[in-house]
Design a protein around this ligand. Structure first.
Ligand SMILES: *Cc1c(COP(=O)(O)O)cnc(C)c1O
Length: 361
């Protein structure tokens, strides 16, 4: 068996220990005589899995008691509609900051339901920075304020949060969940597709402050109403059982390997620094994001020559570093270095880049 270093933006690498544990338990989950994939979601044995997954997420993310945790489906993309349907219920207004493709998709979807104010955008420079925000430009009576915390495609991240006062801050944290501590109490709602840093595709996690539940507009489909899922412990219908189980294993791995998110962050910083330091010193490769807004998770870079970029991606793949091609809207390369990417993977990638550079002067 040979495993590659997988730099995919999502679905992405999972910790090898998690995959091994899942393999061990595949045919007979803890003496139940069944795979987790086969068992009733209403069974006692599965109930323990989903409860433990929630308890671990609460523990690892230090989620306050006045927040609900929901395990849903439909991806982060469904949240683009679910958020306005449930939250745009007072003034009917919401503020959005455009920091990339996902933030823009979220804004466009919300605009179908109410009055959306684009507070700022970094589109002028292909989303290579996080715009400076002036609270004086925020809508005072907005129902919420939406950001995309880590911009998976462009490799930027908010290092300070907007000061929204009493307006609930809503964040898409799909590509940075569990990468570092987040002060949940600063947010009204957080959401994430699991397939970047938490588990397999099919699971979407929503963390919502209790008082924001229960105000969906009448036209909201039952499945799109947060109240439905709060009332039913994420079991109104069949949840993504296996994805939740893998997320539980990932959370156990974070706890046993790192102890918690402070150490996870230290590890991710050390890992990202290896790559950024190399890019900053390289004559061939160049990072595309302004240093102060760089992401710890997604690192886009270019040579400035698209043929050379393509040659690099091809050579890297042959050497066992896969999925380094940049997003189709950006070009160049992107190394996604989520929690499961070991430091060794980044060290080896940098060695390979050095060699490539030496051979292409
Ligand atoms: C991947 C991604 C999405 C889209 O997620 P789906 O689960 O495919 O809907 C949205 N936002 C961010 C930040 C992402 O990284």
């Amino acid at each position: 068996m040979k495993r590659v270093y997988n730099f995919s933006a999502g679905p992405s690498m999972l910790p090898e220990a998690v995959l091994r544990k899942a393999a061990d338990e595949m045919l007979d989950y803890q003496g139940s005589g069944q795979s987790v994939m086969e068992m009733s979601h209403r069974s006692k044995v599965y109930d323990a899995i989903i409860k433990e997954a929630e308890a671990l997420l609460r523990e690892v993310m230090e989620i306050p008691d006045n927040y609900k945790v929901l395990f849903l489906q439909g991806g982060a993309s469904s949240q683009f509609a679910m958020v306005p349907l449930n939250l745009m219920n007072g003034s009917g207004k919401a503020d959005y900051v455009l920091t990339g493709q996902w933030a823009t998709k979220a804004q466009k979807e919300a605009a179908r339901y109410g009055e959306v104010n684009v507070v700022a955008s970094s589109k002028d420079k292909t989303f290579t920075y996080i715009p400076k925000l002036d609270p004086a430009t925020f809508t005072k009576d907005a129902d919420y304020f939406h950001i995309c915390m880590n911009n998976t495609i462009y490799g930027t991240k908010y290092h300070t949060l907007p000061e929204t006062g009493n307006v609930p801050l809503v964040a898409d944290i799909s590509s940075c969940i569990l990468s570092e501590p987040i002060d949940v109490s600063k947010f009204g709602l957080l959401y994430a597709g699991a397939q970047k840093n938490m588990g397999p595709a099919g699971l979407t996690v929503v963390i919502i402050r209790e008082d924001l539940v229960g105000h969906a507009r009448d036209i909201t489909p039952t499945m799109f109403n947060y109240q439905t899922h709060v009332d039913n412990g994420s079991m109104f219908n069949t949840p993504p059982c296996y994805a939740i189980y893998i997320a539980k294993l990932v959370l156990e791995w974070i706890k046993s390997e790192f102890g918690g998110l402070d150490k996870m962050k230290e590890y991710n910083e050390k890992k990202a620094k290896i790559l950024y330091d190399f890019l900053d010193g390289s004559k061939l490769f160049k990072g595309t994001v302004v240093p102060e807004d760089r992401s710890l998770m997604n690192v886009p870079f270019v040579t400035g020559d698209s043929d050379l970029d393509a040659a690099f991606v091809k050579a890297a793949e042959a050497a066992g570093f896969v999925n380094l091609k940049g997003h189709r809207t950006v070009g160049g390369m992107r190394a996604s270095i989520y929690n499961a990417m070991p430091i060794e993977g980044v060290e080896k990638l940098v060695e390979f880049m050095k060699e490539f550079e030496a051979n292409h002067q």
